[in-house]
Write a protein that binds this ligand. Structure first.
Ligand code: GLC
Length: 738
């Protein structure tokens, strides 16, 4: 369990008021007798059937494919509006035309939230709800019905170019973060779209790579977040991925779409393809795809358009297959309350021009997420910086002046502004100390080339460091192709543009150097500097308020509380996919040889020391764990409540993420050494103590048995580990599952 769910009242009241406002505002005509489907008092299923019966074959087919880059056609004569979609996971994308051509409108700026890998690093489920709600509110205002996010694929290799869009290496943390994000977004009256189903774990060859994944690994690692999105958050759209899984494209995959998603999990919404991810009409039609999306017209030529219509007319595919798709589409439309009397005026009026989209309140939430996402990886009495002792500060690094939100591929956001690290720090200092800026290195552009001679920049950076009382270095990666960008993977884990060497020279020139790294995951950290810098902070992609959030943490207004949602290995060779030569695959096929051993599961089981472990993060204060008590459920004995005391023993307020792992004792089947099955983020004043209680249900002990096609929580002994990170276990005890 994450921290306890405290739903902000304002979101729930908005939800309750929405239909009333909607009906009052748009004056939905009371349904005449013969327009049963318009009668909002009738059960949705019956309204769907009635409306379905009124559609022609051609109209039905028009509902199962795109009619523009980001929408499907409506049927105006029956009052069915277009379904309008937009990217993406960090905010509402700008308006585009065909082939995603940007329209450069002036009324479509949106709040650029931090990356969702950063959101996962907060381990704060209430913040995840607010994150989704911000995007949902702005999407509603922009007249969007389905937002194409959150992205929730598991980080299988730190090289994947879209890890910044995902939520890390662990299925449980990803599930909790995604469920709360979706609940927040859907509470605003728009639907989320869980993507990319399933196992879109690399960008290399993404359009066709065939991933060979054993069923147990699929179930225990790559599907849990999607299952939670469907069964807990009731997500109403799922996006089929580009890749193949076990020989079938995800958008044509009988096992994934029909057998698991729809039949087993009971998914009632629509399966939308990724853009251009459909290759064949029959398997797409028969294996569970509901809407084919792509940005490249002519839309009539899509697999689920005329070719499908032909097969329906000739009886090669029964119309019942089409009806199943249209029923889902109409179910979504009714759930969104979008049906209006055919004679009524268009009910969905974009209010973008009327009210500001990216409000101050939304920007404050973006800042809060960024502040809580930062992970303090090292601090030898340097942070927080004391402004009173600073006459001159050197801010060094290409990333200190860089903006990131409008890069990265489909996750890019056009924000009204973006505060860089340099701006945030100078805003904070406000003249109280002199700032010297030195670029230090040229951030590599999309061709990964470095524009210009770096040696001059290095000399300037060293000089700046020498002349300052303290240095804040801001480097790392960016969201250009080849680093953190859709469609590309990183080639290695190295800091680009000679930053390792540069950092060695900077810390030589001034030992009081804080290193801030921006990026979408692990980088190898050269010993030229890592052992010598006193402070290291990882900032992910912190969104439009990132610079202000960074200053708040550096100068101590905010105590950092983030923890790693993904392992930082010492070197690429230590990662499972490199060690097993299981990435990027050969001849179009990649075999998931590592199986369940993804992330810390690998490093723990193989006893490989990481640079910084999963779940690791420091604070400006200290926490003490004590009084562990395991209270088995009196009835089932299949669940246990983990109780312990957490105390803030330091001198200032802070938040601690207590992590709970389950470690089977002598399991009969192969199992990872330990797995995250609970966590709680606890905010404590200096000296404050709190009793923490987290219940682990039977599912916390279960593994998936592919032979029996089900989950098994085997009776026997399990260690319950309570820790500050996956490698810093503070309390443990044994529990006997009956
Ligand atoms: C892209 C991405 C997907 C995005 C879609 C629409 O190819 O894979 O995440 O939502 O197309 O832009």
């Amino acid at each position: 369990m994450g921290n306890t769910k405290k739903r902000p009242a304002k979101f729930l009241s908005a939800l309750l008021l929405a239909p009333t406002i909607f009906l009052a505002t748009f004056g939905i005509a009371s349904a005449q007798e013969d327009e049963f489907y318009l009668d909002g008092k009738q059960p949705i299923e019956k309204r769907v059937d009635d409306l379905l019966s009124r559609l022609t074959l051609e109209e039905k087919v028009s509902l199962d494919h795109a009619n523009s880059s980001l929408s499907t056609a409506g049927v105006p004569r029956l009052g069915i509006p277009e379904l309008k979609m937009d990217d993406g996971p960090f905010g509402v994308g700008e308006e585009v035309g065909e082939r995603f051509r940007v329209l450069n409108q002036t009324d479509d700026f949106a709040t650029a939230m931090p990356s969702t890998l950063g959101l996962a690093a907060t381990w704060n489920i209430n913040l995840a709800f607010e994150f989704g709600a911000v995007i949902g509110q702005e999407a509603k205002q922009r007249g969007k019905n389905i937002m194409l996010g959150p992205a929730m694929n598991i980080q299988r290799t730190p090289l994947c170019g879209r890890n910044f869009e995902y939520m890390g290496e662990d299925p449980f943390l990803t599930s909790r973060t995604a469920v709360n994000y979706i609940e927040g977004e859907q509470a605003q009256g728009v639907f989320s779209c869980a993507k990319h189903f399933a196992a879109n774990n690399q960008e290399y060859d993404r359009d066709s790579i065939n991933e060979i994944i054993d069923e147990r690994t699929l179930r225990e690692i790559y599907l849990p977040a999607f299952r939670a999105a469907v069964q807990e958050a009731h997500v109403m759209a799922v996006m089929g991925a580009y890749n193949q899984v076990n020989g079938q494209y995800c958008c044509e995959n009988q096992h994934l779409l029909n057998e698991i998603l729809k039949d087993e999990w009971g998914f009632k919404g629509v399966v939308i393809s990724d853009w251009g991810a459909v290759h064949h009409t029959d398997p797409a039609a028969l294996n569970g795809l509901d809407i084919e999306m792509c940005s490249r017209p002519p839309f009539e030529k899509f697999n689920l358009a005329n070719p499908f219509l032909e097969k329906l007319k000739t009886g090669k595919i029964p119309v019942s297959v089409l009806d199943e798709k249209v029923r889902r589409h109409l179910y979504v439309v009714f759930q969104l309350d979008l049906i209006h009397a055919p004679s009524g005026k268009n009910t969905i009026v974009s209010t973008a021009a009327q009210t500001p989209l990216s409000t101050k309140a939304h920007q404050e939430i973006a800042r809060k997420v960024a502040e809580e996402s930062f992970v303090l990886l090292k601090n030898k009495e340097l942070l927080p910086l004391n402004v009173a002792r600073l006459k001159t500060m050197a801010i060094i690094g290409g990333n200190a002046m860089a903006k990131f939100s409008y890069d990265g591929g489909s996750a890019k956001i056009k924000a009204p502004y973006e505060i860089t690290a340099l701006e945030g720090i100078s805003n904070y200092l406000n003249g109280k100390a002199k700032i010297i800026y030195a670029k230090g290195y040229y951030p590599p552009d999309s061709s990964n080339s470095v524009p210009g001679d770096g040696s001059k920049l290095v000399a300037e950076a060293v000089a700046a460091a020498k002349s300052a009382d303290a240095v804040v270095y801001v480097g790392g990666l960016n969201r250009k192709e080849g680093f953190d960008h859709e469609g590309w993977d990183r080639r290695d884990l190295k800091l680009p543009a000679g930053q390792d060497e540069l950092l060695g020279k900077i810390v030589e020139a001034n030992p009081k150097t804080v290193v801030v790294l921006i990026g979408g995951g692990a980088v190898e950290m050269g010993h030229a500097w890592l052992s010598r810098v006193p402070a290291l902070l990882y900032a992910w992609y912190p969104g439009m308020e990132g610079g202000n959030a960074l200053a708040s943490v550096l100068f101590g207004d905010v105590n950092p509380s983030g923890k790693l949602p993904c392992t930082f290995p010492k070197k690429l060779a230590d990662t499972p996919t490199t060690a097993l030569d299981a990435y990027p695959g050969t001849n179009g096929t990649v075999i998931y040889k590592e199986g369940l051993l993804v992330g810390y599961r690998w490093y723990d089981t193989k006893k490989i020391e990481p640079l910084f472990p999963f779940g690791y993060g420091l604070s400006y204060t200290r926490f003490k764990y004590s009084k562990l008590k395991l209270v088995p459920d009196s009835n089932s004995k299949k669940s246990v409540t983990v109780e312990f005391e957490l105390a803030n023993t330091g001198g200032r307020a802070g938040a601690e993420i207590a992590e709970i792992y389950v470690q089977p004792v002598n399991p009969e089947v192969f199992r990872p050494l330990k797995e995250l099955k609970g966590f709680r983020k606890v905010f404590l004043k200096a000296g404050e103590k709190q009793n923490v209680s987290v219940t682990l249900g039977a599912d916390a002990f279960a593994y998936y048995d592919a032979g029996q096609k089900g989950w098994i929580a085997k009776e026997g002994e399990y260690k319950i580990l309570v820790g500050s990170s996956s490698r810093d276990i503070r309390l443990d005890d044994k529990f006997k599952l009956r």
